[in-house]
Structure formats: C-alpha cells, structure tokens
Design a protein around this ligand. Structure first.
Ligand code: FES
Length: 213
C-alpha cells in the first residue's frame, strides 16, 4: 500500500512497516515523527490478535499536535490525528460547513457517540477508517492550510479521483465520494491510550452498521 499527494508542492511520504505504519503531514516535524517509532515498536499486537480482528491498543502520548499516525485494524488503515486548536476551530467554521455534503454527520457513518461537531469522543483526537467512500483508495493527509487551494483549510485529498474530506473526515460537496469517512468503534482506556475496535461501556456499535463498509 502506498499513498501519495496529488500536489507536487506538498508530497506526502508514507513509510510502511508490516501491519503498521506512520504518515506524517506537512506540519509534522521530522523529530516528532522519529519519536513515534519506538512507540510503535511497543504497540505491535500479537499476530493472533490481528487475525481475530480484536481490539488494538495504541499509545498516543508521543503523537504531536498536527500529526497523523496510521494503524491497521481488521486489514483496514485507521487514521488517528492529534488535532490542533486551529483544526478544531475550523471544524465549526460556517464557510467550511457550507462546503460539506453531510456536515452534521446525519448519515450512519459513525457510532452515535461520534455524531457530533468533531465526529469524535475527544475533540483532540480524530479516529477514522482511512478508506475513501468512492472506490476505496487511501486518502492522503493534507493538513496544511492552502496546500490544495487557496481556501483549503486542511484535511484529506483522495489521490484517485480528487475527493476531499475535512479534518473530521466529512466529505466535500461536488466530489465523487458520496459519504463521510467512517468512524470505527473505539474508546480511550486512559487519557492517551486509544483502543480501536472496542466501544465505550454501554455502547454496541459495529462496523456492519456503517453504510459504506
Ligand atoms: S476512490 Fe477516492 S475519489 Fe475515487
């Protein structure tokens, strides 16, 4: 699997390593990315856990604001972004909301606990299934404002047919992709320990409920 940016000015490089890799965006410092690698080594779950599609625990304590990491869960790339305060402010921008197809996440592309303005349990952390809802390509992380166009606030650009998503995985209007990127079941075992594939207590969401999976 590989991803690449559709813009020559802001190439996105993805380093793959077995079942888990990290993608750093334009705002992610090289030093920050390097610091995550020891963390990833400690996170590799047992092969039988992966095969069973069981929950995947990810330590986010070294993921810097603005940085994305990508983990594999049930053979799907899961995007995890430590969003910045600027990202969160932009998610509520009327100008942005007017450009989105489903700004209120009315379509069933996320658990009920992520049907909110940030599409997340914790606004600081975005968790998405990184598969374009058009034909299944892997969208590129393009967090830098202005990198795609003058009005680009940061988000995702699918390299296959140009679909765009914002920093909550909400799809833009007038692009091929019909729906927002799915949000998988997840919860936080602690402030920075993410568990992908397991709901918070009392919740029963499964990926079979998502419309595009
Ligand atoms: S697969 Fe993403 S735009 Fe077509």
């Amino acid at each position: 699997m590989s991803t690449s940016s559709a813009t020559a000015a802001e190439p996105i490089e993805v380093k793959r390593r077995d079942f888990l890799y990290i993608a750093t965006g334009a705002v992610a410092a090289v030093g920050a990315a390097a610091a995550v690698w020891p963390l990833i080594d400690q996170m590799n779950p047992a092969a039988d856990v992966l095969a069973a599609g069981g929950p995947l625990t990810v330590d986010l304590s070294s993921v810097a604001p603005g940085q994305q990491i990508v983990v594999m869960w049930r053979s799907k790339p899961i995007f995890v972004v430590h969003r910045t305060p600027e990202n969160l402010t932009e998610l509520k921008s009327p100008a942005l909301l007017a450009r989105l197809r489903d700004p209120n996440s009315d379509e069933l592309q996320q658990p009920a606990y992520a049907k909110n303005w940030s599409r997340s349990l914790k606004p600081d952390y975005l968790v998405l299934v990184g598969i374009c809802t058009h034909l299944g390509c892997i969208p590129g992380y393009e967090p830098k404002p202005g990198s795609i166009s003058a009005s680009w606030p940061g988000g995702y650009l699918c390299p296959c047919h140009g679909s765009k998503y914002d920093m909550a995985g909400r799809v833009y209007q007038n692009v091929p992709a019909p729906m927002n990127l799915p949000v998988p079941p997840y919860h936080f075992a602690s402030a920075t320990k993410l568990v992908v594939g397991e709901n918070p207590p009392g919740e029963t969401f499964t990926m079979s409920e998502v419309e595009t999976m």
